[in-house]
Design a protein around this ligand. Structure first.
Ligand SMILES: [Zn+2]
Length: 284
């Protein structure tokens, strides 16, 4: 009799333990999906170096044929807001009605093509460029969900909220496309702007659907070092030159309206970082 009772209690306990395991697994499923695919061994080496430089005025930057001047590395958050004088180059993506910053059009084309060919799933965009008025309207409607005007990257057209059919939001991560984007988008110049480990830096919870364009080498460094954009930008010491693969990166604070670029490279991308500096990426 006692043995039977003991057996019942044992079965009951086992069921309870299993239920708890399932509940915890269900709660953390998104993190499990991501962690299973991410091995954050920094596999990219960033070294400080000294290089011969060339001095350029800020007005020369915008007219120099070797230089692509864009806004890909602007930090935009509640502390570093977009100013009324900022003008963004917005373009429509392939007659789709989706509007985005011109600097990321070809990168997004490559990413969406890779997702389709690797997973068979088509990416859709639920939220793209928003002007200040739209952002203000959204914020007025749901201040707990939307970012205040001036603090959203959507106003710069540098990010997209993406999904696949029937799976948006957190469910995006359950799809092959969502897993691909969350682990490979850096290869195309994008980062998951609000990663699951980044809440203390960004103040925004994990958004596996919100991709931000920063350019390939920067995305590689951010991803492989498990950084947020905030941490990355401030980790670049001002006026120091870094060698990364075949690139030189430098974050320059203008002096007398001029910055230094590494001399003798074929192409340069220069973007303001919205903290008063310019990030120069030299390649070739
Ligand atoms: Zn978004």
């Amino acid at each position: 009799m006692l043995k039977k009772e003991y057996k019942r209690i044992l079965i009951l306990c086992t069921v309870l333990v299993l239920l708890c395991i399932f509940a915890v697994a269900f709660y953390f499923q998104n993190l499990i999906y991501v962690s299973a695919f991410q091995f954050f061994e920094p596999d990219i080496s960033v070294e400080k170096i000294e290089v011969p430089t060339e001095k350029l005025s800020l007005s020369e930057i915008e007219n120099d044929e070797r230089i692509e001047f864009n806004q890909s590395l602007m930090l935009i958050n509640t502390e570093y807001k977009i100013s009324d004088s900022d003008v963004f180059n917005i373009t429509e993506y392939k007659n789709s009605g989706v509007q985005m910053n011109t600097c990321m059009v070809s990168a997004y084309e490559d990413l969406s093509y890779a997702v389709l060919s690797e997973t068979g799933e088509k990416l859709y965009v639920s939220s793209h460029f928003r002007n200040k008025e739209d952002q203000a309207k959204l914020y007025a409607e749901s201040p707990e969900l939307a970012t205040e005007p001036g603090a959203s990257e959507h106003e710069a057209g540098l990010c997209l909220d993406i999904y696949v059919q029937y799976n948006a939001g957190d469910n995006f991560l359950k799809t092959d496309a969502g897993k691909f984007v969350n682990t490979k988008c850096h290869e195309y110049g994008f980062i998951i702007r609000y990663p699951h480990y980044g809440y203390s830096e960004t103040g925004i919870r994990f958004e596996p659907w919100h991709i931000r364009y920063v350019g390939k080498i920067h995305a590689d460094i951010i991803y492989s070092n498990r950084l947020t954009l905030e941490e990355y930008i401030f980790s670049l010491e001002e006026n120091v030159f870094y060698s990364v693969e075949n690139y030189i990166i430098t974050r320059q604070r203008p002096e007398d309206g001029c910055i230094l670029i590494p001399a003798g490279f074929e192409t340069y991308t220069i973007s303001p970082d919205n903290t008063g500096c310019y990030i120069v990426t030299a390649c070739g």
